[in-house]
Structure formats: structure tokens, C-alpha cells
Design a protein around this ligand. Structure first.
Ligand SMILES: *[C@@H]1O[C@H](CO)[C@@H](O)[C@H](O)[C@H]1NC(C)=O
Ligand SMILES: *[C@@H]1O[C@H](CO)[C@@H](O)[C@H](O)[C@H]1NC(C)=O
Length: 466
């Protein structure tokens, strides 16, 4: 087939980019993503939504159950269903990484790359570097596609980005791992486009984690179909007048060709745009108000009895971006709480921090927390856009008696401008993976991911996850 146009340039990139194109910065950053994503997925295997998704997949039992499942020693599923449940686990607590423009890149890609690697025969397992290259291609494709639309810069309103670009990233990563040729790689993307898209209305419900599970699974499925010779539109990423392709998801879509790296340009976007890693399991936007509220907490306990009591507080004003799906005055489920400015600000005001435990049913019902929630007001200043690169969080507490305390956060710890130290990232991993796995395994995983680009065979990683 004649290869031209933007879609074809993407196919050529996926098929032909080389491990040497991964700089040491990109290798390092992507290994941090791999480690964090595994930890978040392993602790996610303790959630109700993961349990339901796993039961659903075990019910659809297939004889070729060869891919492992996070946190369930000995359980095997078919590769596409393993990619699905591990993707669900990764996003089950909304604890997974976030990029700019906004999406959660690892959860859609890593489970698919792991499941596909499990599926490959012993003598054709990818090396650690090939594994990381496929993962990086899956991340890169997501970043490139989001740069074709200004709309994609902002916190989304219509489609949940992982269900759109995530599916494409998974397809790209899997197409590469399967060594598909350029034309098959672009067909994999075109097939994946037909399997993409989930509405924002399901954010803050148990169905949001399914978006990432399905992105991972359907991208893998698209690549497997392309490897069998299935074809789709060769212009799906091109903006063809009158026929919607990928531009169905973005109203202001303007594509560019994707060029192969050359020696003097930094090719992978991960080099110029680092990742945000969450410190607690909630929507990224919550991290700004939580840090602002935690600083008010510190002052309050400083001149009080050592605890914060609602009786001290007359009024709480939050200055946050306008984004409807994370404005929830009285969340009544764990998932709503993870998407509520009010809940996260009040939890941090009361406790000085937000943690995994902040979202248990008992924590959600605490009378002190509910009392604080009833005093919250919100403002959406003009200079505070719904954009993870430029938003801020401000918490202004008026005490009974009239004193005013203010906390402000421009860049929380964990944001790409203020990245977690390696030690904090490992601590997060130890807490997450250690909630489920024995400590020898947790430590071994840290070492294996650290040396991943130097492993001749990725089985050393796969075997730790079985
Ligand atoms: C996943 O996506 C497929 C195809 O769009 C859809 O048929 C299926 O219902 C989805 N499953 C879940 C559990 O979201
Ligand atoms: C973590 O360690 C690497 C070397 O392994 C170093 O290059 C990097 O700057 C460290 N810190 C962060 C935040 O990545």
C-alpha cells in the first residue's frame, strides 16, 4: 500500500523508531512511571471495582489463560482480559500518573504491554529495552495526538481522554511489540479509533476505571487484529473534510506528521514534559487544594489544642478552577469523594493530609468532616483556568471571631514542575505494592524496574507479577 499522510507517518514512527532514540532522561522518567503504575495497580487489586471486573473476566474463561493479574498470585486470564482488569486496577483509586495535556498515560499502556509479553513465546520474549521502547511509544502517541487540539489542554468536558488517546497508545505499544510493519501499525491505530471514546458523565462513578481497562484491552485487541491483516481507514488521523476520523473526538483537531527522531532533536515528548505522580488516590486537581488546606491545618494546630475542630471554623472559601465534575459539595461515594474539591480540602484541613484511608466509608461519614463541608463556599477566579499546567488552589478559612487564614498552592509536590524525589516515589510504591505483596517481592520489583533497560529478557519483571 502507498504510505502517505499523517496516519502513515504515525505507522512509520511506531514501526521504525529505535531504542537508541530513548535518551537517559526518557529512560529514567519512564522507569519511574512503570514502577509507580505497578504499585498503584497492585494496591488497586484490593478495590471493589477490580473484584467485579475480575469476576466478569473469569466468567468469560478462555483456554489460553496465560497472562497474570495484579495482586492475584496464580490467577491467569486471556491477554486481552488481563489487560482489561489490570487497567481497571490501575485507575480504580484514581491513583495513577497524569500528564499534560491531561490524560493518565501509563494505565492504558503498561497492562497491555505486560499481558502481551506474557503471551509471547519463551524464545521471543522482548528484552527489557524493547519492553520500555514499546511502553514509551504508547506514551508518545498519546502526547502527540493531544497536541493536535487546544481543547485537549484543558480538563476535559466531553470524552475522558484515556478512553480516546489511551486506546491509541495501547494499540501503538502493542503493534510495536508485535513487530508490525508501518502499514499494519497505522491500521492498528485506525482500528483502535473505532474502539475509542467514553463520556465524561461516568467520571466519579465505578465505571471510570473501566475506561482505562478497556483502553488497554481494546488497543491490544486492535494490534492483534492488525497483525492478522485486518485493515481500516488509512487516513483516520488525517483531517479529511466531511469524514470524521480521530477528529470526531476533538472539535479543533489539526494534525501534524510524526517524524522519526534524528540525532540533534529530542524526540520523545517525555523529555520535555515530565509526569505528575499523585501522592494520594484522587483526581489530580485535588492535590492543589489539599496542599493549600494542609498549610492552614498546620497554622491552626499551632495555636490551638493540637487538633482542628469545626467549632473553630466559621467559613471555608475555596478558589479553584471551574470544572463541573470535580465540584461535589457532599460526595456520597468513594468515587465521588475522589472527585470533590470540597471533600479533599476539608479532609486535609481536618487531618493535615489526604491518604488512602481518607476514602474509606467510615472516613466519608465523619461528623467533623461533614460539619466542615457544610461551611464550604467556592469561587472560580478568572485567573484560575481548568488546566493542570496553570491552575492553583487556594483555601481561605475564616475563624469564629473573625481571623482569616489563607493557604495557597501553585505547584504541589508530585507535579511535573516539582517532581517526587526517587525516594518518595519508592516510598509510595512500597506502601502500595506492600499492601498486597510480600516485601521481598516489592524490593525485587524496585530493582528489576531500575535495571529494566539492561535486562536481556523481560521475564525477570513478568515473573515478579505472577
Ligand atoms: C469495553 O468496550 C467494549 C467495546 O467498546 C464494549 O462492548 C464493552 O461493553 C466495554 N466493557 C466494559 C466492561 O466497559
Ligand atoms: C533520580 O535518580 C536519577 C538517577 O538514577 C537521577 O538522574 C534523577 O535526577 C533523580 N531524581 C528524580 C526526581 O528523578
Amino acid at each position: 500500500a502507498l504510505l502517505k499522510g499523517h496516519t502513515a507517518s504515525f505507522g512509520k514512527f511506531i514501526s521504525e523508531v529505535k531504542p537508541q532514540h530513548l535518551s537517559s532522561v526518557v529512560l529514567h522518567r519512564s522507569k519511574r512511571m512503570v514502577l509507580d503504575s505497578i504499585g498503584v495497580g497492585v494496591i488497586g487489586s484490593t478495590t471493589d471495582v477490580f473484584e467485579l471486573a475480575l469476576q466478569h473476566c473469569q466468567h468469560m474463561y478462555a483456554p489460553d489463560d496465560i497472562s497474570s493479574v495484579y495482586g492475584r498470585r496464580g490467577t491467569r486470564l486471556s491477554p486481552t482480559l488481563a489487560a482489561f482488569v489490570n487497567g481497571v486496577a490501575t485507575h480504580s483509586m484514581d491513583f495513577d500518573d497524569t500528564w499534560h495535556p491531561a490524560t493518565h498515560p501509563s494505565g492504558a499502556v503498561l497492562p497491555a504491554v505486560l499481558a502481551l509479553s506474557d503471551m509471547m513465546s519463551a524464545n521471543s520474549k522482548p528484552s527489557g529495552l524493547d519492553f520500555l521502547l514499546a511502553f514509551n511509544i504508547g506514551v508518545e502517541i498519546q502526547g502527540r495526538l493531544m497536541r493536535f487540539s487546544n481543547e485537549a489542554n484543558n480538563i476535559p468536558k466531553r470524552f475522558h481522554p484515556p478512553s480516546v488517546v489511551g486506546t491509541m497508545g495501547s494499540a501503538a505499544a502493542c503493534a510495536r511489540l508485535l513487530s508490525l510493519d508501518p502499514s499494519q501499525c497505522s491500521h492498528a491505530l485506525a482500528i483502535a479509533t473505532s474502539l475509542s471514546g467514553a463520556p465524561m458523565a461516568n467520571a466519579a462513578t465505578q465505571s471510570k476505571p473501566l475506561h482505562i481497562g478497556n483502553a488497554s484491552r481494546l488497543g491490544l485487541e486492535a494490534a492483534l487484529l492488525a497483525s492478522r491483516g485486518l485493515e481500516a481507514s488509512s487516513l483516520v488521523l488525517d483531517a479529511v473534510t466531511g469524514v470524521a476520523g480521530f477528529n470526531a473526538f476533538y472539535e479543533d483537531y489539526v494534525p501534524q506528521p510524526l517524524k522519526l527522531p534524528n540525532d540533534d532533536s529530542h524526540m520523545f515528548l517525555l523529555e520535555e514534559q515530565d509526569m505528575a505522580f499523585k501522592r494520594f488516590p484522587a483526581h489530580l486537581g485535588m492535590h492543589w487544594v489539599a496542599d493549600a488546606a494542609a498549610s492552614v491545618h498546620k497554622v491552626l494546630v499551632g495555636f490551638g489544642p493540637g487538633t482542628v475542630s469545626p467549632a473553630q471554623v466559621q467559613d471555608i472559601l475555596l478558589r479553584v478552577p471551574k470544572s463541573k465534575y470535580i465540584n461535589r459539595p457532599f460526595p456520597d461515594s468513594e468515587h465521588e469523594a475522589r472527585h470533590s474539591f470540597q471533600f479533599n480540602a476539608c479532609s486535609a484541613l481536618l487531618d493535615g493530609e489526604v491518604t488512602v484511608q481518607s476514602f474509606t466509608p467510615a472516613a466519608l461519614r465523619r461528623p467533623d468532616l461533614l460539619a466542615l463541608l457544610s461551611r464550604v463556599r467556592m469561587e472560580h477566579p478568572q485567573d484560575n483556568p481548568a488546566n493542570f499546567n496553570s491552575m492553583y488552589g487556594e483555601v481561605q478559612v475564616t475563624l469564629v471571631g473573625g481571623d482569616i487564614l489563607k493557604g495557597h498552592c501553585d505547584t504541589f509536590y508530585g507535579h511535573w514542575r516539582n517532581p517526587l524525589t526517587n525516594e518518595s516515589l519508592r516510598k509510595k510504591f512500597r506502601n502500595n505494592a506492600g499492601a498486597v505483596l510480600p516485601s521481598e517481592k516489592v524490593e525485587r520489583l524496585i530493582d528489576v524496574v531500575e535495571e529494566l533497560d539492561r535486562l536481556g529478557d523481560c521475564r525477570a519483571l513478568l515473573s515478579q507479577l505472577q
